[in-house]
Structure formats: C-alpha cells, structure tokens
Design a binder for this molecule. Sequence first.
Ligand SMILES: NC(=O)c1ccc[n+]([C@@H]2O[C@H](COP(=O)([O-])OP(=O)(O)OC[C@H]3O[C@@H](n4cnc5c(N)ncnc54)[C@H](O)[C@@H]3O)[C@@H](O)[C@H]2O)c1
Ligand SMILES: [Zn+2]
Ligand SMILES: [Zn+2]
Length: 370
Amino acid sequence: MKTRAAVVYEPGKRLEIEELDLDGPRDGEVLVRYTHAGLCHSDLHVMHGDLEARLPMVLGHEGAGIVEETGRGVTRVQAGDHVVMSFIPNCGVCRYCATGRQSICDMGATILDGGLPGGRFPLTGPGGEYGAFCIVGSFSQYNVVHQNSVVKIDGDLPLDKAALVGCGVPTGWGSAVYTAGVQPGDTVAVIGVGGIGINAVQGARYAGAKNVVAIDPLENKREKAMEVGATHAFATADEATDVIADLTRGQMADSAILAVGVMSAEVVGAGFSMTGKDGVVVLTGLGPLMENTIVLPGSILTLFRKTVKGSLFGDCNPTYDIPKLLGLYQAGDLKLDELVTRTYRLDEVNEGYDDLLAGKNVRGVIVHEH
Ligand SMILES: NC(=O)c1ccc[n+]([C@@H]2O[C@H](COP(=O)([O-])OP(=O)(O)OC[C@H]3O[C@@H](n4cnc5c(N)ncnc54)[C@H](O)[C@@H]3O)[C@@H](O)[C@H]2O)c1
Ligand SMILES: [Zn+2]
Ligand SMILES: [Zn+2]
C-alpha cells in the first residue's frame, strides 16, 4: 500500500513529504493507521544530526492509532484495537524487561536504524529502504511495526491526547516519579518545561513534592508550568537557585530534572548546584551524542553524596505505565488536554518544528488525514 510520510534525507535539511510503499505485516508485526503524532524535540535531534541515524528515515516516535491488520503470531493486539506507540519496544524477556526495566529493552538497539528485527524495512521509495525513527515512524499515515512497539488502550480514550503518552508524558512524569524518586515534601527543580519538562512538573507534584520549581526562559512555558502544578517559576537558573536556598533553609533541592531542548554542561552544572546532600540530578534532555555535557566537581559530588542519573522513557515500563497514566488522566490527576498548544496537518510538519524552535508550543500534534 501507499503512505505519505515526513522524511529526513540529510541532516540540517527540512523534512520532505514523500509517498512511500509499505509492505504488509509479517510474523509478529502489525499495520497501524496513525491518527495522531506528537512533535517531540528528539525528532529534531535526528533532523539536526545530533543523533546520527541511518537515513533516509521517517520521523515521529510519539503517536497513537488503530491496528488495521496483524501478521502471523501476533498475540498482543488485533485489528480495530486502539494503541499508543512505545518508542522503545518491549520484548518482555530480555534481562531488562524481565526485571521491570522495559525502557532499556534490548530491542531498543535499533531505534536509530529504524528497522524491524532481522533488518527488515517495510517502507520503501525513491531513496531505497526507509527507516522509521524508534521503529515507530508516526509521521507516516500508516506503518508496519513490531507488536512489541504497541500498547493497547481502551477504545473510548481520545487518541489525540493518548498520543502524548507515547513519549512526552511518561518521559517527564517518570523522570520525576521513578528516576528522581520524588518523595512527599521534596523540593524539585525542573529545568526546561517543554513537552517533557511539563510532565516532570506534573509527576513531581503528583508524587507529593512541596516545592516544584520550574525554570524556563519563556513566559508561556512558565505560565503553563504554574497551571499544571509548579509552585514557583523562574526565567533563569540563578534566580531559581537563590529562591531554592531560601525555601529549603540552604539545604537545596532533593532533585533537579533537566529537560531542556539541547543539553549542555552549563545546564548540568546549574542542576548540580541546585541540589543538596543526597540530591539527584536527572539528565532527560539530549544533545549531540558524543558531546561531554557532564563537567562537574567530582569531590563535591562525593562529599555531598550526590547522584547524576540518565533517564530514558522516564524509566517507565510502557505496558504498565501507559495504561496507568491514561487512567490518571481519566481520574483528573494528570492533565493532557492542557498540553496541546496547536495541531498541524502532516504537510505542515516543518511549520510545527519552526514553532517548537520558536518556543510557541508546549506540545504540537499532527492530526493525520487518510
Ligand atoms: N530521555 C528520553 O527518554 C527523552 C525522551 C524524549 C525527549 N527527550 C529529550 O528531552 C528534551 C526536551 O524535549 P521537548 O520535546 O520537551 O523539547 P521542547 O523544545 O519542547 O522543550 C524544551 C524547553 O527547554 C527550554 N530551554 C531551553 N534552554 C533552556 C535553558 N538553558 N534553561 C531552561 N530552559 C531551557 C525551552 O525554552 C523549551 O521550553 C530534548 O532534548 C529531547 O530530545 C528525551
Ligand atoms: Zn520524544
Ligand atoms: Zn526486552
């Protein structure tokens, strides 16, 4: 079948909308009709070459849709099921899945190649075989993915909101709840409140933090942070650090979650300075793959018993956390409607990323047409 998709051919170039051929689902694979896809900064890292991916690649890793067809041996879903995409697949049996660490499943090894197990590329076109970012490729109307990349959700949930629970929500919420391990009464700093950071704010608040200090140079982001649970918001890390010192009588924050668009040593240093003894600095934001973004005084880390931690997918277990987060949404304990600033058609995807870079969107969402 044919599908229209947004493709990156060369780093630094804009996305091209291309009509591609899509092979049908084989063993263990499912054909998904994507209804919605979120515009996450990670796709931009592929576009800009910060994350070196196999090209050409169809972007989009935050998404939701409806299963159209299943290949042989598919047991997790059937045609007609509504699904949220898991941007790291979960096989269920590797050492990480088997021990409750699905976000680092071994199947994640090929997310930058974008091929299915066995090196299969169901999307083809003028550029040969096309990968799908995170083996999802939600900037395509349709794609064939592995059943381990889909999580079935209740059919009555709005798919436009559910799409956010494919990346931004679990990554941010989990960075606070799981990676930082926020406890009731904690003081938590969140640096960078885009689609990821806004959910770290929500997670920290839900876990019972007393002070949730959001830091972002943009006023619209700070306002949104206050709307979904931040107790304080500042334009700069310096201002926030002074106030955190006052709020905690000099003990400083229990954790800092770093979710800026492009990670830097400066941001990591700011997060490190904001945290106190036994403080946890969580690196969720990404940057150029091989850049040294952690330049810290190690002896202070030792003497203050601090921890610097990476967080992928918010340390979530997608098959457990995606339905759980949607349940929190239904109960009113997690805000999703408020996170979508604007929707776009697929052929407006570059405009969507221009808006993201201009800081206009908390989250932009592509609404697919079929
Ligand atoms: N670890 C993971 O699993 C994972 C998953 C998804 C995204 N990410 C990464 O998380 C980061 C955030 O993604 P997003 O989609 O929310 O991006 P975004 O562009 O929507 O938001 C980034 C925010 O950071 C703010 N910002 C930039 N520099 C800042 C600074 N120095 N201090 C304070 N705020 C600053 C921007 O104003 C913006 O509001 C990206 O690097 C993305 O690649 C990581
Ligand atoms: Zn993402
Ligand atoms: Zn696994």
